[in-house]
Design a protein around this ligand. Structure first.
Ligand code: DGT
Ligand code: CA
Ligand code: CA
Length: 577
């Protein structure tokens, strides 16, 4: 069991207990344990295997927690959690996904109004019952209605990065079979979409029954939903929030159809419509089995063949959205997309000084171990009180601590940075004389995201015009499927950024991916260097880089479009004086 999974169970337990009105001390113990476990470098399962005493050496883990961890690691479950799940209906737990309301409010809705489903909550909010509850009011009722709309829109989609470990493990099991000759994932997963509706897997095999049986009996498969001789649909174990269950299709196809099937099931639908039209113009027909002419098989063994048949080079899956990739392909101008291995720096991360859970040195060492040549330590500024944001004095002391680490560790450059809030009135959270001392300033919107477009514009432009700002971090502030981003005039912002030499970030965190692919492509067109950074809050956070790379590839970015693929000396030339 992975640390993140164990951590998630404690978080879920805390949420359930809070809805049941458990005391704050216990809740805090579980939530702290969750954070601690998530930030551990060692595997919690390995520690647990040595017994509870190895676990109690971890700060914040007492005897009781240690015992629970052992149970979780050994059985994959926790009786207390099962019990708590029984007392709180699933619909009530779902209410926790509504942006802007926490467990206390959910508890009040459940206990005092008796609402048990999202639909019942919606009705109660519309009827004015919610507004009448103590501590709620009209404003909260409105927040709930808006939030419900977002939850509905998000549906059961899963973040790509949450799906990845499940998909990888299942593919590995299938590929390990001698009878399976090829096996790949298609669909939105292969196109690296931000979220995945379901997973589409294709295989060729000398024994399709064995492939089906292996999937049906896989430990990550909860239920077989449908099965035929070459087709199966299953539901996987819950991911990320303990609730959303990803579904997976497996199709076993003949060798001579594998390329055609991969092309067809990779999609997107919009992309495939164009491929089919091109085929028709050439007197061909394309479906998931083959490219044919007058009913006769032409090709279909590889994707390459399918594209060649319609007069095109192979198109990278990330670009298959019918947004200009056909023109590029025809002109021989398809980009050589940036790759994870191209990355040399990571310029957005947190430490224990604010809301991270590793020290400066631990972050630097972990970055170095991942092969990075430079990093920027960018803790929060004071406005973010929830994260213990830094004022000028604490920031200067933090930079001194960074200097010390710099003296102790070689082989990696460390920039003294700050993630500075752009306040609602368009001023910066720290004064110019402080910002002037930084090597790297990320300016961000955290608060007032709902302000009108003009004010958002004013804030972003003021930050860009500030001579000390290096980059705009997670520009829109959105949280995918949870919270919309600010209303931004991207054209004005990119023009100003290009004029002033300010870079733009693709925040690689799975829930942000901000800039999105559309605006990252637009920023590139303005000649703005893009920075892909992880926003790591622990040493494990560096792994999020892969998500940022996916987003950059979907935007059609090449290595040179991304500032932190450069060597440190070349990167430094991009910095404002
Ligand atoms: P998702 O699962 O919602 O994240 O998105 P996709 O793109 O994986 O969509 P999905 O799973 O419904 O289908 C996989 C691919 O199969 C899709 O991208 C294109 C192809 N496909 C599915 N249904 C149709 C269809 O009715 N017409 C065409 N042309 N292609 C389809
Ligand atoms: Ca799909
Ligand atoms: Ca599907």
């Amino acid at each position: 069991m992975q640390n993140a999974e164990v951590a998630r169970l404690f978080d879920e337990l805390a949420d359930l207990l809070e809805i049941q009105g458990a005391n704050a001390f216990r809740l805090r113990a579980y939530r702290n344990a969750s954070r601690t476990i998530e930030g551990l470098t060692e595997s919690i399962a390995d520690l647990a295997a040595k017994g509870p005493s190895a676990l109690t050496e971890i700060p914040g883990i007492g005897k009781e927690l240690a015992n629970k961890i052992v149970v979780i690691v050994e059985t994959g479950e926790l009786p207390q959690l099962e019990e708590a799940r029984e007392k709180v209906p699933p619909g009530v737990v779902q209410m926790l996904r509504i942006p802007g309301i926490g467990p206390k409010k959910v508890a009040a809705l459940f206990n005092e109004l008796g609402v048990q489903t999202l639909d019942a909550l919606k009705a109660a909010a519309q009827d004015g019952e919610v507004a009448k509850l103590k501590g709620f009011g009209k404003k909260t009722a409105t927040i709930i209605l808006e939030g419900l709309e977002q939850v509905e829109q998000a549906g059961n989609r899963v973040y790509l990065a949450d799906a990845r470990p499940l998909v990888d493990e299942i593919l590995q099991s299938l590929r390990a079979l001698d009878s399976v000759t090829q096996c790949s994932v298609a669909g939105s997963f292969r196109r690296s979409r931000e979220t995945i509706g379901d997973v589409d897997v294709l295989a060729t095999s000398t024994d399709s029954e064995e492939a089906m049986k292996t999937l049906a009996e896989h430990s990550l498969v909860e239920k077989v939903l449908a099965s035929g001789s070459t087709k199966m649909r299953v539901r996987l174990s819950p991911v990320f929030d303990g609730q959303t269950k990803l579904e997976m299709d497996l199709r076993v196809v003949p060798d001579e159809s594998y390329g055609a099937a991969m092309q067809y099931f990779t999609g997107s639908k919009e992309h495939n419509i164009v491929v089919r039209r091109r085929a028709l113009d050439l007197g061909l027909s394309v479906n998931e089995y083959a490219v044919t002419r007058d009913g006769e098989y032409v090709c279909g063994r590889t994707e390459q063949e399918v594209y060649e048949a319609v007069g095109l080079p192979w198109i990278p899956p990330e670009l298959r959205e019918s947004r200009g990739e056909f023109e590029l392909a025809e002109q021989g101008r398809l980009p050589a997309l940036v790759e994870l291995a191209d990355m040399r720096g990571d310029l957005h991360m947190h430490t224990t000084a604010t809301d991270g859970n590793a020290s400066i040195q631990e972050m630097a060492e972990a970055a170095k171990a991942r092969g990075l040549q430079y990093i920027a330590i960018t803790d929060h500024s004071k406005r973010v009180t929830m994260a213990n944001g830094l004022d000028a004095d604490r920031l200067r002391a933090h930079w001194k601590a960074i200097d010390k680490v710099r003296g102790k560790i070689s082989g990696i450059e460390i920039l003294s940075g700050i993630e500075c809030d752009i306040l609602e009135d368009a001023s910066m959270d720290l004064s110019d004389d402080v910002l002037a001392e930084a090597d790297w300033v990320i300016a961000v919107l955290h608060y007032g995201l709902k302000q009108p477009r003009e004010q958002i514009n004013k804030r972003l432009l003021a930050a860009i015009e500030n001579p000390h700002v290096s980059v705009i971090g997670h520009p829109s502030g959105r949280i995918i499927s949870r919270r919309p981003g600010a209303d931004i005039s991207y054209g004005d912002v990119f023009k100003a950024a290009a004029d002033h030499g300010v870079m733009m970030e693709i925040n690689a965190h799975r829930s942000r991916l901000d800039l999105d692919e559309i605006h990252a492509a637009a920023a590139k067109d303005h000649g703005i260097p893009i920075v892909i950074s992880t926003d790591a809050h622990s040493v494990h956070g560096f792994a999020e880089m892969e998500n940022g790379i996916c987003q950059a590839r979907r935007a059609g970015l090449q290595k040179d479009d991304v500032a932190n693929t450069r060597t440190f000396s070349r990167f430094q030339k991009l910095l404002r004086k």
